[in-house]
Design a protein around this ligand. Structure first.
Ligand SMILES: Cc1cc2nc3c(=O)[nH]c(=O)nc-3n(C[C@H](O)[C@H](O)[C@H](O)COP(=O)(O)OP(=O)(O)OC[C@H]3O[C@@H](n4cnc5c(N)ncnc54)[C@H](O)[C@@H]3O)c2cc1C
Length: 401
């Protein structure tokens, strides 16, 4: 609804989520990323003002001048911990003329060729894509595949394919080592139609009875609809890993980790390489500052198809689920070697993260605790691994401290 109103109808840009199923209030509390966050920042940093009903029943206006502490806390301090957000005012930006992307899937014929492919890709990424234009992701597969699903903003239909041409040419020049299992390509199209649902081959329209005509989701997100997760983890990878000899360590870690599980690198969820004002705005939110030093968020996750209560389907294979969960832990451990103490994105993270305070909020955690005590002294709003939850039993009903 937000994209339809702001972009399709008004011709402006607003920072919402990448997946169209993501709401607004939870996204702002998460920090929150869209496909173009490397250019426009997080959803939290786009918040100008909100109305929040706090634990004592008051409806407070929060902004940079009025209740600035609560304003800061709801910008990335985690959903369900501060009050009920009932109204928001978000910053909008001029809409670039074009959005676009690059796509394809490359399979290497050997482990050695795959390492070379990764090394070449990160050379290419560091010199051509590590900037505010490019976001979204690549997937590094256990089967020696590199799947590209990247997006760009502010590049015209000539520039986007031109940027990728040397990398694609390098891949095609070595057919014994690399094959494109999905066509390789890049393009840009008018930004105003990016979130069109009808007639957009990248979107699936919500055809359920009563669904609004402008509702739908990206085809690429279909696997997430109702998914049953077996495990999940994420790490912010520092941009220093792109520099000099560090780049080889990054490649080695990604190769080693991908032996256990596919690793997704979400470049739009790390703000290193973003404009200075975007970095400054993100540093003025509760999210861990590690976000601004990371070139990408690595996500390692797996699951199976939709599993709703009451739905007729085969039972969950618990042994396979546990094997998957362990494999995710092992892949994460390989990346942790090159990113020790890495931060993690609160809303796409490991439910069991033992150091969640530090991982989600870093040095901001003590300040968040102080604000929590001020606005919710009796702990009305407690969620799993949310600010202040360490003082409560796991079900959130009994105060421990
Ligand atoms: C399929 C899927 C795709 C995703 N894609 C992205 C993505 O592209 N980018 C990204 O950054 N994140 C993504 N996420 C994570 C997502 O940002 C968070 O789940 C976010 O919280 C969703 O916002 P929501 O408004 O839908 O919140 P909900 O999921 O409804 O709620 C999340 C939390 O926020 C609280 N909350 C909700 N509304 C309010 C309110 N009005 N006031 C106070 N607290 C509230 C809830 O109590 C809950 O604790 C995705 C998650 C899923 C499951």
């Amino acid at each position: 609804d937000l994209y339809q109103a702001v972009t399709n109808q008004a011709g402006r840009y607003v920072q919402g989520g990448g997946c169209t199923s993501v709401g607004v209030a939870g996204l702002i509390h998460s920090g929150g990323f869209g496909s173009f966050s490397k250019g426009f920042g997080t959803a939290a940093s786009g918040l100008l003002e909100a109305e929040v009903v706090t634990a004592d029943g008051r409806a407070l206006i929060v902004n940079a001048c009025t209740n600035p502490d609560l304003f800061w806390a709801i910008k990335g301090g985690g959903g369900g911990s501060w009050g009920v957000m009932t109204r928001v005012t978000l910053r909008t930006h001029a809409l670039p003329e074009f959005f676009g992307g690059a796509w394809g899937k490359i399979k290497a014929s050997s482990d050695e060729a795959f390492r070379r492919l990764l090394a070449r890709f990160f050379d290419f990424y560091s010199t051509h894509l590590f900037n505010p234009h490019w976001g979204e992701q690549v997937k590094i597969g256990s089967d020696n595949t590199l799947e590209i699903s990247m997006v760009c903003q502010g590049l015209d239909p000539r520039q986007a394919p031109q940027i990728w041409a040397p990398f694609f040419a390098w891949v095609k020049a070595a057919p014994a080592d690399f094959s494109a299992t999905n066509e390789l390509g890049a393009r840009a199209t008018p930004a105003r139609h990016w979130w069109d649902i009808e007639g957009n081959p990248s979107m699936i329209q919500d055809k359920r009875p009563g669904a609004a005509p402008g509702h739908g989701w990206w085809k690429g997100d279909q696997g997430q609809v109702g998914a049953f997760l077996r495990g999940y983890d994420s790490l912010w990878l520092p941009a220093t890993l792109l520099q000099g000899e560090q780049r080889q360590r990054l490649v080695d870690a990604l190769f080693a980790g991908s032996r256990y599980k596919q690793i997704g690198l979400h470049f739009n969820k790390g703000l290193a390489g973003a404009p200075a004002d975007v970095i400054a705005a993100a540093l003025d939110t509760a999210t861990s500052p590690a976000l601004t030093e990371a070139f990408a968020l690595a996500i390692i996750a797996d699951g199976e198809g939709a599993a709703y209560p009451g739905m007729a389907r085969a039972g969950v294979d618990l042994d396979a689920a546990r094997r998957d969960a362990r494999a995710i832990d092992r892949a994460t451990a390989e990346l942790s070697r090159v990113a020790p103490g890495a931060g993690s994105y609160v809303s796409e993270s490991n439910f069991f993260n033992p150091r969640w305070q530090q991982a989600y909020w870093g040095e901001h955690y003590p300040r968040l605790q102080t604000i929590k005590r001020k606005y919710d002294p009796d702990g009305l709003f407690i969620v799993h691994n949310g600010v202040g939850s360490e003082d409560w039993s796991a079900d959130g009903f009994t105060r421990l401290a």
